[in-house]
Ligand binder design. Structure first.
Ligand SMILES: [Zn+2]
Ligand SMILES: [Zn+2]
Length: 284
């Protein structure tokens, strides 16, 4: 017999290993960045006003990044603890054999989290948990500010990179940027040069990854789709641009990008959703 509400056991708690690995990677990049900036050519030379503006920008980016990581990890988008009693058996509801529960439309079972997730989008491998109804906003803001922070670090590394280019041939620099570990292990570069190449590679690759994710999820946000619905060409929940933004980010959707703790409650409960048909937007 299935339970009329979601399982409340902690059996489905997300694995911590991906999060620990991501944290170790972030610490390694931070330490190497400090190493390059303190022991290397340092940050770009700037006047007092430009330096103050740069510090303000870095503080804003870091607060947003850390705030959104915290919100993303703290919110649980799963059906765990959500009362589903008496809500099921309508259109779009399904039965999940793993959770032994009726689950609402747009939810999906995650084999990694071992639980069904409300308005499931996908499982984030870097942070080790699912993106769903309750944490889509911090996830999007995380992509935006993650790309911003990584681009900012790349700019800070500019003088160190140009000093490297002046000191070595372009071929040597290209080999260092493409294969930093090989160049270090064969003794062709110093530890400082390896650290610069490692941080530069990480920042450029990370900024590209975050930027591509932001473009893709921005497109989904405007269309009111999850990744799963996009892959299957489903548009049932596309309520128009403004309603789609409000459904995912709340009424203050234009401002949530500026501060992670800005109050902008989501209009729904993650269980029932307005459809195109409800809004009378279906083509006749
Ligand atoms: Zn399930
Ligand atoms: Zn998951």
């Amino acid at each position: 017999m299935g339970q009329p509400w979601a399982a409340t056991s902690t059996e489905g708690a997300p694995a911590r290993l991906p999060l620990v690995l991501t944290l170790l990677w972030a610490v390694a990049v931070g330490l190497e960045l400090a190493y390059v900036l303190v022991l290397g050519p340092g940050p770009p030379p700037l006047g007092p006003l430009a330096r103050a503006l740069q510090l303000a920008l870095a503080t804003f980016q870091l607060l947003n990044l850390l705030g959104n990581v915290g919100l993303f990890l703290r919110s649980d988008p799963s059906i765990r603890g959500v009362m589903l009693a008496g809500r099921g058996l309508g259109q779009g509801w399904a039965y999940c054999y793993q959770c032994q529960s009726q689950v609402p439309p747009r939810s999906g079972h995650c084999s990694a989290c071992r639980v069904c997730v409300l308005r499931r989008d996908h499982h984030c491998r870097l942070l080790g948990r699912c993106v769903g109804f309750g944490n889509y906003r911090p996830f999007l803001c995380l992509l935006l500010h993650g790309a911003g922070v990584l681009l900012h670090i790349s700019v800070l590394l500019g003088p160190a990179l140009s000093a490297l280019l002046r000191a070595h041939s372009p071929l040597h620099t290209a080999a260092l940027l493409l294969l930093p570990w090989l160049m270090l292990l064969t003794g062709r570069v110093s530890l400082a040069q390896f650290a610069l190449a490692f941080v530069m590679d990480t920042c450029v690759a990370g900024a590209l990854l975050c930027g591509a994710g932001l473009l893709f999820h921005g497109m989904l946000l405007l269309r009111g789709q999850t990744t799963w619905e996009w892959a299957r060409g489903q548009h049932s929940y596309d309520l128009g641009l403004c309603h789609n933004l409000q459904a995912a980010l709340g009424p203050r959707w234009a401002l949530v990008w500026l501060w992670p703790f800005l109050d902008s409650p989501l209009p729904g409960d993650g269980i029932t959703f307005q459809t195109k048909a409800d809004m009378g937007l279906m083509a006749s």
